[in-house]
Every structure is written in C-alpha cells, then in structure tokens.
Design a protein around this ligand. Structure first.
Ligand code: A3D
Length: 326
C-alpha cells in the first residue's frame, strides 16, 4: 500500500491551527498535553533548556496512539519553529516557592517575558498572546508593551483559575455537582483578588441564598489563598494541573471562536473606571481574542475591593516601568 500526502499537516485545503507554548515546565507541558488531547491545534513547545521541550514533545507524541489524537507536537529551542502561530502561550519564568508571594518573582520574570514575547511576535506577528507567567497582571502588561499589540490580542490567564478554585470549594461545601456551579473572581491575580459571591451561582441561584455569610467569607478567603496552599504542599513549585486546564479553556474559546464569557486579565480603557492597567474582568473570548468586556453593576463593597486590588496592580506596574526593559 502507498500513502499519498503527508502524515503530518494534512492536505493543503485544511490548515490546522498552530499553538506555541513558551516554557516547557509544569504549566506549559500540562497545557500542551491538554491541547493535543483535545486536538485543538498543532503544538510547538519552546524552552531555554536544550532537550527538555524536545523530550516532552516526543513523549506526548508517543502517547497519541494510546490517547488517539492526531496533531503534531514538536519541541524546540529555536523560535523559527514557532513561525505563523495563531496563539502563543507564555509560561516561561520562575514559579514561587514556600514563603514567596507572586510579586517576589517580578524582577526575574519581567526580563524573561520581555525576551520571549519579543522573539515570539517577530515570527508570529498576527498571533494572540496568552500570558500565564506571574506576577500575572504585570507580566501581561510587559507583553503588551513589548509586542505593541492591540488589547484584543494580549490576554492574561488568572480569573478562570481563581474562579475554578472558588467553584470547587462551593461544590464541596454544598455537596452539589461541580457542573452546576459557576463563580466569578475579578481584579488582580494576587492576595487582593475579588471573589464575587453575588455573581456566583448554583444552577442560576446566587450562593448568597444557599449559604451563610460566614461560609461564603471562608470560601472567598480560601479562593484567594488557594495558590499559596498548593505551594505550601508542593514545597518545590506552584500549581499546574488547574492552571494548565484554565489556559486550555481560554485557548479553546479562541481557537474555536466560541465567544465564551470568561474572567480574563484584560487591558482596561475606562471600563470599571480603570485606565491603562490589566485587571481581571468578564470578557468575551473568541477568534479575535478579547472581543469585549462586560461591566458588572458592582455595589459599594465590591467597588472598594476592586480599588484595593487595582492599587496592588499599579504598584507592580510601577516596578515594571522602573526596570525599563523595553
Ligand atoms: P516551571 O515548571 O519552573 O517552568 C518554567 C519553565 O520556563 C522552565 O522549564 C524554564 O526552563 C522555562 N524558562 C525560563 N526562562 C526561559 C526563557 N528565557 N525562555 C524560555 N523558557 C524559559 O514553572 P511553572 O510551569 O510551574 O510556572 C510557570 C509560570 O507560570 C510561573 O511564573 C508561575 O508563577 C506562573 N503561574 C501562573 C498562574 C496563574 O494563574 C497566573 C498559575 C500557575 C503558574
């Protein structure tokens, strides 16, 4: 028997989407593996360490006959292999260890994010950038400065993860299916994040009608400290299964033009009274990236919490600007 055409890449009339994941560590590799399993796109894994992206990509490709996915997965240290990517996911950088806050990573990670975004956009000028590296709100700002992309094409992942944590705690407390629980966490991805119980529901019923104020306060605090809890347990790094899954939920919304409404770090131009900063807000995610922002009607307490969160984002951005890496 003779095969006509190439095993990889498909016929000329069918162009598979291409995703580059920069940083082949815990979050990057988890996201790449999920993207392949869901057959969302061909994947290129990049890292500064030689052999790591190549080895992990080969390992994932060798899992494909068992899992039954038909995509190409390649590992590389060379950005020419990333050329023409539709989506570039940035997970490169240091993760925190016990005793560290996300903000402690700023001076190391700003250099890494500036470098990798510069290289990636040279080869994929039309891509959408999805940033994961912490401290998130400052790193996504760095990516926007370096790329010069419009705000629709520079998005940060944090709210999907924080909301997933809150959803899991709500489902556990009420002993209900996770499928019926939705939750919204706004603001910066730090200790001052803003869980919104009024907009968190079980099959449309606000949790404020299902739980005591005390229990809700406990869940909100647990949500804000959920990342630190995992760092304490792991001791050598931070969470990656839920973050990887959160990245892929956003990637899927973009690659399939699903127009999902998800909490994302978006560059605000007057929305929520904020000008020129990235913050977590409800966004429409589709084929063009961040296609719109929904402005919720916040009460006085929620507005005050968002202001406190903004102040912490502003302090981080001031540090980025002072470092002058671009
Ligand atoms: P880790 O497993 O250490 O992987 C990071 C990878 O980046 C390593 O393989 C490094 O070799 C690589 N890297 C470092 N410098 C470069 C460079 N210049 N070019 C290419 N690759 C490089 O960390 P991780 O995957 O657990 O976490 C990655 C980042 O994501 C960290 O900054 C975390 O804090 C962050 N993170 C954010 C969230 C959010 O919700 C925003 C959640 C989880 C992790």
């Amino acid at each position: 028997m003779r095969f006509i055409g190439k095993r990889r890449g498909g016929p000329a009339y069918f162009k598979r989407k291409k995703v580059t994941v920069i940083g082949s560590g815990h979050v990057g590799a988890t996201a790449a593996f999920l993207i392949a399993q869901k057959e969302l796109a061909d994947v290129v894994l990049i890292d500064v360490i030689e052999g790591v992206p190549q080895g992990k990509a080969l390992d994932m490709y060798e899992a494909s006959p068992i899992q039954g996915y038909d995509v190409s997965i390649r590992g590389s240290n060379d950005y020419t292999d990333t050329a023409g990517s539709d989506l570039v996911i940035v997970t490169a950088g240091m993760a925190r260890k016990p005793g560290m806050s996300r903000d402690d990573l700023l001076s190391t990670n700003v250099k890494i994010v500036a470098e990798v975004v510069g290289k990636a956009v040279r080869h994929s000028p039309d891509c959408i950038l999805l940033i994961v590296t912490n401290p998130l709100d400052a790193m996504v700002y760095t990516a926007k400065q370096v790329s010069g992309f419009p705000r629709s094409r520079v998005i940060g992942m944090a709210g999907v993860l924080d909301s997933a944590r809150m959803r899991s705690f709500i489902a556990e407390a009420l002993d209900v299916s996770i499928e019926d629980v939705s939750a919204f966490v706004l603001g910066g991805h730090g200790d001052m994040m803003v869980p919104l119980p009024r907009y968190s529901t079980v099959s449309g019923i606000p949790i404020t009608e299902l739980m005591s104020a005390e229990k809700i306060r406990e869940i909100c605090e647990h949500t804000a400290s959920g990342g630190a809890e995992i760092v304490r347990l792991l001791k050598t790094g931070s969470a990656f299964y839920a973050p990887g899954a959160a990245v892929v939920e956003m990637a899927e919304a973009i690659l399939k033009d699903k127009k999902r409404i998800l909490p994302c770090a978006a560059y605000l131009e007057g929305e929520y009274g904020v000008q020129g900063y990235f913050m977590g807000v409800p966004c429409k995610l589709g084929g063009s990236g961040m296609e719109g922002i929904i402005e919720l009607d916040l009460n006085e307490d929620e507005r005050a919490a968002l202001q406190r969160s903004l102040a912490s984002v502003q302090r981080l951005v001031e540090q980025v600007d002072a470092l002058e890496h671009f």
